[in-house]
Design a protein around this ligand. Sequence first.
Ligand code: 5GP
Ligand code: MN
Ligand code: MN
Length: 319
Amino acid sequence: MIKEIINEIKNADTILVAGHIMPDGDDLSSVTSMVMGLEKIGKKVVGVIDDEIPEYLSGFEAINKCVRDFDCAKNNPADLIIIVDASSPDRVGRVQDLFEYKRVIVIDHHATNLNYGNINWVVPESASAAQLVLEVLKELNVEYDEELATINLLGIATDTGFFKYSNTNSKVFTDAAYLVDKGANLNKITNQILENKPIEHIKLMKDVLEEMRFEFDNKLAYSTVSLEMLNKYGIEQKDTPPFVGDLRSLRGVEVAIMYNQAKDNEYHISMRSKSWFDVSEVAVHFGGGGHKKAAGFSYKTDNIEELMKKVSNFIGEKL
Ligand code: 5GP
Ligand code: MN
Ligand code: MN
């Protein structure tokens, strides 16, 4: 599979690299690393994400340099699109409108991937998409410098919860060590992401804790962030903090859910499980996707209580 991808890349002059909407660290790392790496071997490349970049990732210069909005993709002459970290076509936003005109390579690590490209390299055992990008760039003999190594490490670090989630296998450390040997600065990444939270986020957390509920003997914990709560603290929707991890960290909680309001009548639901529960099944049932222990979906409704009840019922039968 990777050989086919290498051939396609070698035969293309201009390449569009795209990631998913509501971009996270792995997504932006994968797009940016792919763009930087392909540029190093002389390709004309543009990186595109059809969404805004969250504030906590905007401090990485390489990302700002390499990632553009959808307007840059619309009239791009590329005949090859490489999609990273996106399990279904709706996840790339309007970039999917270009699929019929171009060849599409999908590089992903979600077990729920729909194999929607012409070539689909999907490796669920891989902790991050960034590691698959590393494989490709190694295969192309790309010379890593400090900046590329650091941005490539970003995705491995964030998708493994900074080397502590259950997806943290030995390959994670081998790949991370390779990048650190090339000059990657893990401390820069941790400072930028973990030690740099806006004070408003902890104030919002107080309100989220007020809204917190438990069901099924505390095995399910959930809460919500409404647009009103965000407004109160002047936080933009794209910068909604990932409180779902804090809910999961509580003793006895197996499933944690955050209902984050995106628009008046739309929510993004972010789910995490601790040890055995498969939240990707829940996400797929409600039209989304993800991994066993981290999954999500978007849902149009103006009745959040009703949605919470539906989700709780679905989960309660399995808990
Ligand atoms: P998060 O809760 O951080 O938004 O997402 C957790 C995981 O679920 C990520 O791997 C993400 O790619 C996936 N995911 C989140 N939301 C959606 C969605 O709406 N659709 C799909 N297919 N996957 C999602
Ligand atoms: Mn992602
Ligand atoms: Mn990922």
